[in-house]
Design a protein around this ligand. Sequence first.
Ligand code: ZN
Length: 309
Amino acid sequence: MKNVITLDIGGTNIRAALWSLQDNKMSIIKKTKEPTGPSPLEIIKNSISHLLEDCKGEISIVGISVAGIVDTQEGILLTSPNIPKLQGVNFRKVLRDDYGLQCIIENDGNAAAYGEKILGVGREFENFVMFTLGTGIGGGIIINGNLLSVTAEIGHISINSEGAQCPCGNIGCLETTASATAVISRAIAEIERGADSILKATYNGNFYKMNAEDIYRAALEGDTLSRTVLKDAGRNLGIGIANVVNIFSPQAVILTGGLIGAWNIYVEAAIKEASRRALKELINRVKIVPSQLKDDAGLTGIAYIAAKI
Ligand SMILES: [Zn+2]
């Protein structure tokens, strides 16, 4: 039996899994999840060491899915606005020097799209674009059943010519207006400006600790500020979706990430905006659907890419 270790490294969490590969089928033996925190490389090494303890057979390869622009040939993370501490890390060298293991690396949005194509809702479509809506916004594109080997940095398409500063250096990127980070920052800024909201009382008044789920919960309780913030972010996401639909004319747009929990507010606003903006012939035939694999999409995609099955 062969084994594969995969990691999905994002701005908030680092997920890892040990897989067994038998008869061209992968199954998870063990999974871990740790906050990315201030020392992500240490967390990555600890996760790998932890999984190796439970590994009975040989490890054939380690697959790394990471948020940022990657050099797949050399195994280097070239740029990562949301995990700057990992920028420039040569994963192939780290895995070889520390563990004697081979490694492949892929952008996390691409890995998630591929995972969804292999085992998720993407099985129904030959052409789709995946949006990963988390700390930042990533993407992956499947054309004619195959992963398009491009950066697909959908989060960094410009939405607002005068918008907020993005960690990538540009202003007004999609992720500055539609990501979980953007939703939280906007809610905090509005409260600081004196807006009334039940969020003020969260965490005993330390509302700076709020997360996107708190905002969604408040919205469901009728909190006007929370509803407005989610709807506005959704509208901006809709602009991004419209742009992508106009370029790729996909059969589907698949959405994943914590924010899609707020489907009836955030995503509904996005669908409305995308319908208003994209070319009618194209948007009318697009299905906008949630991911089936959710948090496991990236781990799954990179496992199948690594195992080449
Ligand atoms: Zn950007």
